[in-house]
Design a protein around this ligand. Structure first.
Ligand SMILES: [Zn+2]
Ligand SMILES: [Zn+2]
Ligand SMILES: [Zn+2]
Length: 481
C-alpha cells in the first residue's frame, strides 16, 4: 500500500457496532476511498491447479511449484513474487505430505505473516490482525465443532520444529477471525469466486443493507469505492449480504454469519419489503388472499425444483419450469416480487446459454426493471445485471435496446468498478462496438442484419459466462458465505 491512501478515513467508536471508519473529507460517487492488498490470501482447494496462487487469475497452463507440487503460478514472475509468502507453506506441505484445506492454509499463512510483521503490514493499516473480532463464543455447537476440526488439522499441519508454537485458544481465535472477516476473491473478471483472503482495513468497515460504499477486487487489491456523495464525518458502510432479500431474512443471514443484529434503517423500517412481496395490481384490484397464498406456495416448490435441475445441468428443464411458474405468477405477484425476479433472472441466464436470445432478452428486461425499483441506483449487482441484459438484447438482434442497456451498465460500473477494472474495459469495447452497429442499423437495416450474423460468430471478448454453463453462477466479491 502506498503511503497516504488512508487519508480519506479515520477509525472511530461506532457504539454497539464496535469500531468503524468514517470519512475525513467529502467523497463523491466513484471515488476510491482506499485500496488495500490482502494480508494473506489462498486459492480454493477445488481450483488450486487452475488459478494462480499469486495473482488469482484463472487460466490454463499454469506453472507448478516443483517442490510442493501444490502451488501453481502464471509464470516465474508470479512465482518469485509469491515466494516470501509461500516458502514456509511449501516446506510445511512437503512434510505434511499434502496440502490441507483452504481455511487451514489461510490460518497458517496469517500466522507466518503475523510472526514476521507482528501483525501490521504497513503504516496504512489501521488495526492489527490479532485485534479483529472472532465471535468464537457466539458460535453454535455445530459451527464450534467445525472450528475444532480446523484447529485439529492446523496443529497437525503446523511444523513441529517451528520456533513458535501456538496454544489452541489462539488458533481458535484465528479461525474465528477467518469465519467472520474473510473476503471471497474473484478471478480477474469477477465472474467466479476463486479464493479467500483477509483485508484488515476492510474488516473495519461496518455493514448497512443500504450502504454508501462498495468493495471490488481489482488487480489483486481491494478497492473501497463511494456509491454516492458522502459528507465529511459520515460513517462508511458496505453490505455483507445481497439486498434482494426480505429484511428479516437479511437479519437472519447476518446474525448467522457475522453475529450481529442489523438495525440499519432499511431493516428497522422494513423498507421495500412490501415491494419484494407485493401482489399484482390489475386495474385497481388485487387477487384474493387465498390465490396469492396458493401461488406463493407453488412458487416456492418451483424454485426448489429449478435449483435441483440446474444443479443437474438440465437447462431445458430449468427453462420449462421457469416458464410454467412465471405464467402462474403473471397476474398474481407484482413485478418486484422476489420469487418472480429470481425465476426471471434464472430463465434469462439459462435461455442465453441455450442461445434462445429473444426470449432471454424479454426475461432480462423484466428482471432489471424489477431490480431498478429495489436496488440502490449504483448497486454493483444491478450494474452487472444490466450489462448481461444489454448483451442478451444485442445477441437477440435488438441493437438499439442493447446499446442503451450497455451504456447504462457502463455508467454504473464506472462508479462501482472504476475505469481500470477489466469488466469496465470489456464494457467500454462493447459500447463502442454496439454504437458502431447501431449506426449501421440506422443506415441500412437489411445490411446490418446480415452483418450481425457474422458479428455473432466472431465472439466478442465477452465478460459474461457465455461459454461457461450457468451452474457456475456469476459471483461478485463478497464476504464469505
Ligand atoms: Zn499470476
Ligand atoms: Zn511449493
Ligand atoms: Zn439491515
Amino acid at each position: 500500500m502506498t503511503l497516504g491512501t488512508m487519508d480519506n478515513v479515520e477509525l472511530f467508536d461506532a457504539g454497539t457496532k464496535g469500531r468503524g471508519l468514517k470519512a475525513t473529507k467529502e467523497l463523491l460517487a466513484g471515488d476510491v476511498v482506499f485500496t488495500e492488498p490482502s494480508f494473506s490470501a489462498v486459492v480454493f482447494d477445488s481450483l488450486s491447479t487452475m488459478v494462480c496462487h499469486n495473482c488469482f487469475r484463472h487460466q490454463a497452463n499454469l506453472h507448478r511449484c516443483a517442490q510442493c507440487k501444490f502451488a501453481h503460478y502464471c509464470d516465474r514472475t508470479c512465482q518469485t513474487a509469491c515466494w516470501n509468502e509461500h516458502k514456509k507453506e511449501c516446506a510445511a506441505i512437503r512434510s505434511y505430505g499434502r496440502a490441507p484445506s483452504e481455511n487451514v492454509r489461510l490460518a497458517a499463512r496469517m500466522l507466518w505473516r503475523i510472526q514476521k510483521d507482528t501483525g501490521v503490514v504497513s503504516d496504512g493499516q489501521l488495526t492489527s490482525v490479532d485485534e479483529l473480532l472472532d465471535h468464537v463464543s457466539d458460535l453454535t455447537d455445530e459451527d464450534r465443532q467445525e472450528l475444532q476440526i480446523d484447529v485439529h488439522n492446523f496443529v497437525d499441519y503446523w511444523p513441529k520444529n517451528a520456533r513458535q508454537q501456538h496454544p489452541v485458544e489462539y488458533i481458535s481465535h484465528i479461525f474465528g477471525i477467518i469465519n467472520c472477516n474473510a473476503f471471497t476473491l474473484s478471478d480477474q473478471r469477477g465472474l467466479q469466486a476463486v479464493g479467500v483472503g483477509l483485508f484488515p482495513n476492510l474488516c473495519l468497515v461496518n455493514h448497512d443493507c443500504w450502504p454508501n460504499c462498495t468493495v471490488i477486487l481489482n488487480h489483486g487489491k481491494i478497492e473501497l469505492r463511494a456509491l454516492e456523495k458522502i459528507t465529511e464525518g459520515v460513517e462508511l458502510t458496505v453490505s455483507y449480504v445481497d439486498f434482494l432479500n426480505l429484511s428479516t431474512e437479511r437479519q437472519r443471514m447476518l446474525k448467522k454469519q457475522y453475529h450481529f443484529n442489523c438495525n440499519c434503517q432499511h431493516c428497522s423500517q422494513h423498507i421495500k419489503d412490501d415491494l419484494m412481496m407485493a401482489a399484482k395490481d390489475v386495474d385497481g384490484s388485487k387477487p384474493s388472499a387465498e390465490h396469492i397464498k396458493e401461488v406463493t406456495a407453488s412458487s416456492e416448490e418451483y424454485l426448489e425444483k429449478v435449483a435441483k435441475s440446474r444443479l443437474q445441468g438440465d437447462f431445458h428443464e430449468v427453462a420449462k419450469l421457469c416458464r410454467e411458474c412465471l405464467s402462474t405468477q403473471e397476474n398474481v405477484l407484482a413485478d418486484t416480487h422476489l420469487y418472480k425476479l429470481r425465476l426471471q433472472s434464472t430463465a434469462s441466464e439459462v435461455l442465453s446459454y441455450l442461445h434462445a436470445f429473444s426470449e432471454a432478452a424479454q426475461f432480462s428486461r423484466k428482471t432489471i426493471d424489477g431490480y431498478m425499483a429495489l436496488y440502490h441506483p449504483n448497486n454493483a449487482q444491478l450494474g452487472m445485471a444490466i450489462m448481461r441484459a444489454g448483451v442478451t438484447h444485442w445477441h437477440a438482434g435488438q441493437i438499439e435496446a442493447g446499446h442503451k442497456l450497455i451504456c447504462k451498465a457502463f455508467g454504473i460500473l464506472m462508479i462501482t468498478h472504476g475505469p481500470n477494472h477489466p469488466i469496465t474495459q470489456d464494457l467500454e469495447s462493447m459500447r463502442t462496438q454496439t454504437e458502431m452497429e447501431l449506426k449501421m442499423f440506422k443506415q441500412n437495416e437489411e445490411l446490418y442484419n446480415t452483418m450481425r450474423e457474422a458479428a455473432l460468430l466472431k465472439q466478442p471478448t465477452m465478460c459474461m459466462a457465455e461459454n461457461a454453463s450457468p451452474d457456475g453462477k456469476i459471483e461478485d466479491v463478497s464476504r464469505k458465505q
